[in-house]
Design a protein around this ligand. Structure first.
Ligand code: SAM
Ligand code: SF4
Length: 439
């Protein structure tokens, strides 16, 4: 067996959802704790972690081409680890097809990365896709770094088994992290500079835990406790499932000052027939009823959603129902995807798979309507004076970029600093951002 020298620098490349971004940050912290430093932009790293996403098409193929691209001019490669959901779903296959990969680590096992690294240095090729009963969160280092806006994973996994989705297989069963751990992590993030925290989960609003008084609470209980952290300015959460939108959480939108008026509530389709085939366990009517209850307590709330076009069996009428729903809801933003058959999921073998041409055409129509809605939502904000959380410098000299409460990007000029919460008048709107004047 050959022993390689210990890697000194690392790079974590995260793909996919915000939960992967969170995991990528935590892996970085773990490696920093082991004495490695993050490679500077443009420099080669001794260790590269590809933190992959498996939610849609060609994810695995993309991983192989990313691995190929890591080859240096002299033919050598860094130490490569494949992490995330592709690692979970296709670990053995990756080891067979890509000899340069030395470590494969699933999303529930990455706290064991230091041990794997040691074994890989001793010439072993190591796969760890266990879903251990001990939680990775207990084994990860305490938070010491944060940007202005931080992610905090509170819930993982999913028991809902929508027929198109790999998450229940790659991320495992639904778990809620304990209340006390989350409050502590949130306080550490705020001490490290976070002014906004976005609570994350595949079904974040299914989170439940026991508060300091021993009472069982839902996500609103956690949000109310976070609201009391003095230097925290904003709280957000994503992604929610329509069926887990409890009245307590809806009420929090009415009276928790730091909870932002934004709700990402995927519906996937506007046709009840397709929703049944998807096993979504909600109907168009029940979805709309949730929105009505939320808007009753927070009329200005921005709603965003996820849509899948071309689910097996989707007829032109089903698709027209989706467009009608989009029109009716008046979304502020949305993510829309072509249906992608995921190996091992029930929908992948359903009859009437939709052709690529039809999916392309439907996606174009849906996105055109969505842009109209986004433009209308942003245009309606012009004239408002609102808080903007400053996140970074803009592209033009003297320009700053920040977010409105409704998650709109706002650019403006003035004497401010990253992390400031400033008053800005919104003066001009485009589909993806607004121009503002510092008050
Ligand atoms: N739990 C959330 C929910 O139920 O809405 C969504 C989590 S999923 C990681 C994010 C989005 O990816 C989904 O809302 C769905 O629109 C999309 N998605 C999941 N599986 C897909 C597939 N097989 N093809 C296309 N899009 C998919
Ligand atoms: Fe996937 Fe969301 Fe359905 Fe769970 S609820 S199976 S994460 S789409």
């Amino acid at each position: 067996m050959t022993t390689t020298t210990a890697p000194k620098t690392y790079r974590v490349k995260s793909f996919g959802c915000q939960m992967n971004v969170y995991d990528g940050d935590r892996m970085g912290e773990l490696l920093t704790e082991q004495g490695l430093t993050a490679a500077a932009e443009g420099d080669d790293a001794d260790l590269v972690v590809l933190n992959t996403c498996h939610i849609r098409e060609k994810a695995a193929e993309k991983v192989y081409s990313d691995i190929g691209r890591l080859k240096r001019e002299d033919g050598s490669t860094p130490l490569i680890a494949v992490a995330g959901c592709v690692a979970q779903a296709e670990g053995e296959e990756i080891m067979k097809r890509a000899p340069s990969v030395k470590m494969v680590v699933g999303p529930q096992a990455y706290h064991r990365l230091p041990d794997m690294l040691e074994r890989a240095r001793n010439g072993e090729r190591v796969t760890d896709t266990d879903m251990p009963t001990e939680t990775k969160f207990d084994a990860l280092p305490k938070r010491r770094r944060s940007g202005t806006s931080a992610f905090l994973t509170v819930q993982e996994g999913c028991d809902k088994f929508c027929t198109y989705c790999v998450v229940p297989y790659t991320r495992g069963a639904e778990i809620s992290r304990p209340y006390g751990d989350l409050i502590e992590e949130a306080k550490r993030l705020v001490d490290a500079g976070a002014r906004e925290i976005t609570l994350l989960g595949q079904n974040v609003n299914a989170w439940t835990g026991e508060n300091a008084k021993g009472q069982t609470v839902g996500l609103e209980g956690l949000i109310r406790e976070l609201d009391a952290i003095p230097d925290l300015a904003r709280i957000r959460y994503t992604t929610s499932h329509p069926n887990d939108m409890a009245q307590g959480l809806i009420d929090a939108h009415g009276d928790v000052g730091k909870l932002m008026p934004y709700l990402h509530l995927p519906v996937q389709s506007g046709s009840d027939r397709i929703l049944r085939l998807m096993n979504r366990s909600h109907s168009v009517e029940s979805y709309l009823a949730v929105l009505e209850r939320v808007r009753a307590v927070r009329p200005d709330i921005a709603i965003s959603g996820d849509f899948i076009v071309g689910f097996p069996g989707e007829s032109e009428q089903d698709f027209a129902d989706t467009l009608r729903l989009i029109d009716q809801v008046g979304y502020a933003a949305a993510f829309s995807f072509k249906y992608s058959p995921r190996p091992g999921t029930p929908a992948a073998t359903m009859d009437e798979q939709i052709s690529a041409e039809v999916m392309d055409e439907r996606l174009k129509r849906l996105q055109a309507l969505m842009i109209e809605k986004q433009v209308a939502f942003n245009a309606a904000s012009v004239g408002k004076v609102t808080d903007v959380l400053v996140e970074k410098r803009g592209r033009q000299p003297g320009q700053w970029l920040g977010k409105s409460p409704w998650l709109q990007s706002v650019h403006f000029e003035g004497d401010v600093a990253i992390g400031d919460l400033v008053k800005v008048e919104l003066v001009q709107a485009g589909p993806n951002s607004l121009a503002g004047l510092l008050i």
